[in-house]
Design a binder for this molecule. Structure first.
Ligand code: HDE
Length: 720
């Protein structure tokens, strides 16, 4: 390149509204200066601003910056064929033809956001990891939440394990915790992952069903591979259908290692604890949502952050001495096991708050490429065979998705620090390396880049105490053999209604099965966990459960499993629907109630027959799935008497919204004469979570307590 032109480019001359300082060819040293402090100044995606393209002025250009018109192709005559020479046409169409990259093979459906992690202290007594080395130290993060089985366009509320992948842009390199919202996994050896995924994905012939495990292949695999049972029970409980990404915990699943500066190690498990409280949908609600609003979870996350109510999680660890790996009756290398918190309590390390939505879904959320292999000084792997395989798989899959090895140079994947190594070339190389001796060892570049290690250059180091020995074997360790005690522990730790939800979910899924053999195998496995569960499922299948198989039966329980037995720590951002009418009294009452609820941070929608002033949503569009609680205001009761037929909404819709809300366990209420609306749909005032008051002010206290309760589980019948 001509020297003066190059100088102009690197100095950041702006052309046509695109700042060239923003382009990825900018001098890496300059980048470092701007990004090294790691601070977020309230906007944790600030470090990406230099890559943003601002189209708020300037002319349309080609990809090589020549001003062009791009709305009419070049033709031979006004009614003639398009010419091959039309480079403008070719460039535009060709780029469009190549817009898609392969979606993630699993976890294709998701949403992400930027945040900031703040360390609660100096944890050098546990780990050399720098982001945990100082009280108040801030590290930018990006989190991507996801479902597993569905394709990129599938519904958010499909019943599934949910991904919870976090990247820390630390000052010593990128560190990823690529975790889930369930603390265990289906299999114990990575070599089985393709089998697991082939079994749960849609059938190869007709690609049915999408984002669902209610089919023979999935349950065939589950019942043949009992290591799946523990995760399966979590997924069948509320953990498979969270209220939002914000209302779920996260887990690293595997046991990892903390490594201190002196090289000593401990075994650890990562936990993210939601500060919003855990909350789940009920199954019918999730199913309705999949049709009414397939974007429910991504919208919820986006709106919460956009309104300044970004969610937070505390990062915690369970720390176990190396010699205790087998001390609890199971193997800490087995990813199908939890360590009950009674045995090893959680230690809090810091808090992460998500505070910035992505600017561009593809560039950021779709192109972020997590890897369990992204670890930093102070953290190390264990020999968990699932983790070992993941370290390979994620790198491999990124090569496939990106088509080349330079995906770490994509802005959202770039670390905050400078990159110095001898990796070169490849498609899409962004850097202009100046070193003409890209090999090590060298003398001609004075030995640089130099080798960092444990004592020099703050280098990553494998825990020096790790040892391995043994014969080469293709076998599962016998310490991984018990697949039934912990599923039973999980089931025992649920409330009776939550146990019923699990039974109902298994009934739903297995009722879709065609194969009698698979159904029998499922019952045999459930029976090893609990004869009661096997019997309750069998009766729905018109089958007989096997005789009790008590080898693994136990009465143990552990804390922190139930979702519904505690109230939410905050109701801010929960959604309330006020069912009103366009008549003046109802709208005035609705407005008074709305103003009052908004003071407490609730997101309130006034529903009316038509979009009159003061009405936020029509009955034609509204649905109980959109609200965590519902109130009918005085003046609107006429819409619920069953006789009113309006062309402005489907017959019976106001009553249906109220009744669905009640049936799905939500708090419902009425003010003044609107209590007749409750009785009109058969909802009993005075039962838990059903409120009736003379006016807005006297309703609010109880109704908000009801929102914190979130689900009134006594409305769901139990097997007798
Ligand atoms: Fe993944 N997993 N996985 N996984 N996983 C992927 O990587 C894989 C496992 C998890 O939001 C893929 O970038 C293997 C456990 C999350 O971008 C792929 C095994 C846990 C995400 C892959 C596992 C996870 C993925 C697909 C068995 C919880 C989404 C695209 C050894 C601890 C990350 C990609 C995001 C994504 C492989 C098991 C979590 C194919 C081989 C256990 C949250 O590489």
């Amino acid at each position: 390149m001509h020297t003066s032109l190059k100088a102009a480019l690197l100095s950041g001359t702006a052309l046509l509204g695109l700042s060239l300082a923003a382009c990825p060819f900018a001098d890496p040293a300059a980048l470092k200066e701007r990004r090294d402090d790691g601070s977020s100044s309230g906007d944790s995606r600030q470090f990406l601003s230099e890559y943003e393209v601002d189209d708020s002025n300037g002319y349309m250009t080609s990809d090589v910056a020549g001003p062009i018109p791009d709305q009419t192709s070049l033709k031979a005559g006004i009614r003639g064929s398009t010419l091959l020479e039309d480079f403008i046409f070719r460039q535009k169409i060709q780029h469009f033809d190549h817009e898609r990259v392969p979606e993630r093979a699993v976890h294709a459906r998701g949403a992400g956001a930027f945040g900031t992690f703040t360390s609660y202290g100096d944890f050098s007594n546990l780990t050399a990891a720098s982001f945990l080395g100082q009280q108040g130290k801030k590290t930018p993060t990006f989190v991507r939440f996801s479902t597993v089985a569905g394709s990129r366009g599938s519904a958010d509320t499909a019943r599934d394990v949910h991904g919870f992948a976090t990247r820390f842009y630390t000052d010593e390199g990128n560190f990823d915790i690529v975790g889930n919202n369930i603390p265990v996994f289906f299999i114990q050896d990575a070599i089985q992952f393709p089998d697991l995924i082939h079994s749960v994905k849609p059938s190869p012939d007709n690609e049915i069903p999408q984002a669902a495990t209610a089919h023979d292949s999935a349950w065939d695999f589950f019942s043949q591979q009992p290591s799946t049972l523990h995760t399966l029970l979590w997924a069948m409980a509320g953990y498979g259908i969270p209220r939002s990404y914000r209302h779920m915990d996260g887990f690293g699943v595997h046991t990892f290692r903390f490594v201190k500066d002196d090289g000593s190690t401990t075994l650890i498990k990562w936990h993210w604890k939601t500060q919003q409280g855990k909350a789940s949908l009920v199954w019918e609600e999730a199913q309705v949502l999949a049709g009414k609003n397939a974007d429910f979870h991504r919208q919820d996350l986006w709106d919460a952050i956009a309104s300044g109510n970004g969610p937070s999680w505390e990062l915690c660890v369970q720390v176990v001495d190396e010699d205790k790996a087998l001390a609890f009756g199971f193997d800490l290398l087995d990813p199908t096991k939890i360590i009950p918190e009674e045995l090893v309590p959680l230690q809090k390390l810091g808090v992460m708050t998500l505070d910035a939505n992505p600017q561009n879904y593809f560039a950021e959320t779709e192109q972020i490429m997590f890897q369990p292999g992204h670890i930093v000084r102070g953290i190390d792997f264990t020999e968990d065979p699932l983790l070992q395989g993941r370290i390979f798989s994620y790198l491999d899959t990124q090569l496939n998705r990106n088509g080349g090895p330079n995906f770490e140079q994509i802005p959202v994947n770039r670390p905050l620090g400078q990159i110095h190594n001898n990796n070169r070339d490849g498609a899409g190389q962004n850097f202009i390396h100046k070193n003409i001796h890209p090999y090590t060892p060298n003398t001609l570049n004075k030995g640089f880049p130099a080798q960092a290690n444990q004592t020099v250059g703050k280098g990553f180091f494998t825990a020096p105490g790790r040892t391995v020995s043994g014969n080469l074997v293709r076998e599962v360790s016998p310490t991984f053999d018990d697949h039934w005690s912990q599923p039973r522990l999980f089931f025992n730790s649920l409330t009776p209604v939550e146990q019923q939800f699990v039974v109902n979910a298994i009934r739903f899924e297995t009722s879709h099965l065609q194969s009698a053999t698979v159904k029998q195998n499922v019952l045999a496995q459930l029976n090893k966990i609990s004869n009661d569960v096997a019997k309750r499922v069998a009766v729905a299948l018109g089958m007989t459960a096997p005789a009790p198989d008590p080898t693994y039966y136990n009465n143990n329980k552990t804390a922190g499993i139930s979702i519904t037995n505690s109230t939410l720590p905050t109701i801010a951002t929960l959604k309330v629907g006020i069912l009103a009418s366009v008549n003046g009294t109802a709208l005035n009452n609705a407005q008074t109630l709305k103003t009052r609820l908004e003071k407490d941070g609730l997101v309130v929608t006034i529903v009316g027959e038509a979009l009159a002033a003061g009405v936020d949503q029509t009955y034609s569009a509204a649905d109980a799935t959109g609200f965590d609680g519902i109130v009918v205001v005085d003046g609107a009761q006429g819409l619920f008497n069953g006789k009113v037929v309006s062309t402005l909404y489907p017959t019976g819709r106001p009553g249906q919204i109220l009744l669905d809300g009640y049936r799905w366990g939500k708090p419902v209420g009425a003010t003044g004469g609107a209590s007749s609306a409750l009785s009109a749909v058969g909802v009993q005032v005075g039962t838990p979570g059903v409120y009736s008051s003379k006016d807005a002010e006297s309703l609010v206290g109880d109704f908000e307590k009801g929102l914190a309760t979130f689900k009134f589980t006594d409305r769901f019948p139990l097997d007798s």
